[in-house]
Ligand binder design. Structure first.
Ligand SMILES: [Mg+2]
Length: 207
């Protein structure tokens, strides 16, 4: 069964936006181990509103300074030339995601953001993307830099690729290893070979 669709994380996978989550947490006064979005959601409404504003300010700056990682434009063109569907799945807001994609002339369909429902690592958004495409999760690949990307892909039943070139932490303590590790989109030959191989072998789910 060939691979038919690729789902990309945005920040630190396709683009360097230098979002500083530790700084955000300090500005928000957040402690504890809950991830940012989940921690804000637990706050009383007034505190949450203040934190959403802080997050929005950081995300806006990130959208304005975001640059493509090396090789991303060519990789996306190669994916398009091979007839692969391409989606973005991000915990970022829709406004700042669309702003980033428009400024960098990137085209994905669909683009799923945090307003669209349960965020990664929940697998629901991946199932939604697969349903929109009409593909099985096992025909798709989730590529991202963080454990939530890998965990979401594994829970949804896609193949998974960990991108390590963004320099961010790749804390995979809480999930199984990804199917493939990609250091740079500028050197995609092995990734393409792997995608062709798993497509030919028809291995279902995460390999
Ligand atoms: Mg990311």
């Amino acid at each position: 069964m060939p691979i038919r669709g690729v789902i990309f994380d945005l920040d630190n996978t396709l683009v360097a936006s230098d979002l500083d989550f530790e700084l955000m947490r300090r500005e928000m006064g957040l402690s504890g181990s809950l991830p940012l979005l989940e921690a804000i959601a637990e706050l009383p409404p007034a505190d949450a509103e203040r934190c959403w504003d802080i997050l929005a300010a950081h995300e806006q700056q990130g959208a304005q300074r975001a640059t493509l990682f090396a090789g991303v434009a060519d990789f996306l063109q190669m994916a398009a030339d091979r007839g692969l569907a391409r989606a973005v799945l991000t915990r970022n807001s829709r406004a700042h995601t669309l702003s980033t994609l428009a400024r960098l002339a990137l085209d994905f369909n669909p683009v799923i953001c945090r307003e669209d429902g349960p965020v990664k690592p929940d697998p629901a958004a991946i199932w939604k993307i697969c349903a929109a495409w009409g593909f099985a999760p096992s025909e798709c690949v989730m590529i991202g830099d963080y454990r939530f990307d890998i965990e979401a892909g594994q829970r949804a039943g896609t193949h998974t690729v960990l991108f390590t070139g963004g320099g961010g932490p790749s804390d995979l303590e809480h999930c199984r290893p990804p199917c493939f590790v990609l250091a740079s989109f500028a050197e995609p030959a092995e990734l393409w070979q792997w995608l062709e191989r798993i497509g030919l072998e028809g291995s279902g789910g995460c390999c």
